[in-house]
Design a protein around this ligand. Structure first.
Ligand code: SF4
Length: 212
């Protein structure tokens, strides 16, 4: 392990402890392959699985593994789906037994911050699925809630707007202007301070930069 990985490992271990204090179960994975194995070990074969939009989940190979494996995956990202069918997938996914996602940011004291346009991802985080699995690259760790909201609004949301080919101001400026665009993708902001149902939320912290 090089000095950069050792430095991040120290931070990841501190965040793991903070998450556990906040009622969540947390794991540290040395890389994306380790994270994939851990995530799959938490999901029962044949179970219903819902998805929150996440580049990280795709980057570690979890999306592919869920698509190819023995799971009932509610996959709203299949290109052939109509808008109505994709929405149905989101609704079913937010109530599935397992819910898999990334996050926009995580604070050093173990709080998760996310912004959604539709809200299905936030719904799945809060209530419904028995087990939530959140995969997080080391690049998403920020000092506090203000920095987490800043990151969600000024990094994750503009990149998503660019990705979706939208015409929002952040696509031109690379920062959030709290726009009133009809294409605005920021509707709901969720801070997960604590999980009351112990170990319902499982966080896999990965010692790699993942997602955005
Ligand atoms: S509120 Fe508007 S400008 Fe700000 S990040 Fe969201 S879409 Fe972009």
């Amino acid at each position: 392990m090089n000095e950069v990985e050792r430095f991040h490992l120290l931070k990841l271990k501190k965040v793991k402890k903070a998450l556990e204090r906040n009622g969540m179960r947390a794991y540290v994975a040395k890389d994306r392959h380790h994270a994939l194995r851990k995530a799959l070990s938490l999901i029962r074969k044949g179970a219903e699985v819902g998805l929150g939009g996440s580049r990280t989940v795709a980057e570690i190979g979890l999306l592919d593994a869920l698509r190819k494996g023995n799971y009932k995956l509610y996959d709203q990202y299949q290109p052939s789906l109509s808008k109505a069918k994709a929405m149905e997938m989101r609704m079913k996914g937010a109530r599935a037994r397992y819910f898999v996602s990334g996050t926009n940011a995580i604070t050093e004291d173990g709080k998760l911050v996310n912004i959604d346009g539709i809200g299905n991802r936030l719904a799945g985080f809060c209530f419904g699925p028995e087990k939530v699995i959140i995969v997080i690259g080391r690049n998403k760790i920020v000092p506090d809630i203000d920095a987490a909201i800043y990151r969600a609004k000024n990094v994750a949301a503009p990149i998503n707007a660019i990705r979706f080919g939208l015409n929002t101001p952040c696509v031109m400026t690379a920062r959030c202007s709290d726009c009133e665009s009809p294409q605005r993708i920021c509707s709901f902001t969720l801070i997960i301070d604590r999980q009351k149902v112990k170990d319902r939320i499982n966080v896999i912290l990965v010692n790699e930069d993942l997602g955005f």
